[in-house]
Design a protein around this ligand. Sequence first.
Ligand code: IPM
Ligand code: MG
Length: 358
Amino acid sequence: MKARIVTLPGDGIGPEVTEAAVRVLEKIGQLFGHKFEFSEHLIGGCSIEKHAVALTDETLAACKGSDGVLLGAVGGPRWDNPDAAIRPEQGLLAIRKGLGLYANLRPVRSMPALFDVSPVKSENLVGVDLVVVRELTGGLYFGQPKGRFSDNGSLRAVDTMEYHEFEIVRILELAFRLAKNRKKKVTSVDKANILETSRLWRQVAARLGQKHPDILLEHMLVDTASMRLITSPASFDVLVTENTFGDILTDEASVLTGSMGMLPSASLGDNRPGLFEPIHGSAPDIAGKGIANPIGSILSAALLLRHGLNLEREARAIEVAVDRVIEDGHRTKDLKGTLTTQQMRNTIIDRIVSEQGD
Ligand code: IPM
Ligand code: MG
């Protein structure tokens, strides 16, 4: 097959890890006979430097015309001034909204070979294989009004948490669909004891749950969920939640895998090119040193193949190679090892094969 892939390396370690993922995709192309055409565009801080906006219309149009988008990371201390009107993160929000990517899938799987790197007790990590489905284009991130106001000289800041029923329906339906091919359990996470948006969320979830009798639906408050993710993470299968809760819970869940550098994500909409990015940020402290873990980005490329291009075998080939490399003890610095980004990339590329043995 032929596919046009837009890369948005962004800031900090974004370019280093995206390069690794592109090289992995090139190897997949060679092995499986696909032609991937890559075109690179700016987003985030680097776009602000050049165009004074975090996402240009041209970049958004290029993404819309592609078959999938691979993003690195955005942000850095240079653009962190709280008074700044233009921020790198706006680019990320604008592209999520612009492409209609309302569902963010963040799979979290603990590998026995990495149990010792996680601060969580090994006995709690056995069998952890969950996916967080984070609503991505609603809630506090986008609700209006939003801003700073001055009331008689005293400053006031407002963010609005807002959800429409259709937004809750479509993300919950996706969660139920995913659960059908997994362990058939959906945990809907909310704060229904306090928030009106959560009460609507819970009612809609319960109603849809009745349409899916084969799926076990449980409701959990977000504070409880944050505790259970550490005390009994293996009890989760599909965890579906609103935007901000999903942002927070996935950083927490990444600790189960040993390093935030391991986690990929897929942002999907209805019949649109998806966007695939590691969940980690731009890590300015290690940017340019060539020591970032490229696995989150490489596994995001696998998700691009699976969800964006429907190439399941090719996606599996990457995931199996990553598993084997980790089982063999190869580690970057975040995993308490010494491999550079490029060494990890090459080790994975060398392990990719087109046919999996038994
Ligand atoms: C994430 C990040 C982003 C978010 C930031 C960089 C805007 O933390 O993808 O989890 O909050 O969504
Ligand atoms: Mg986050």
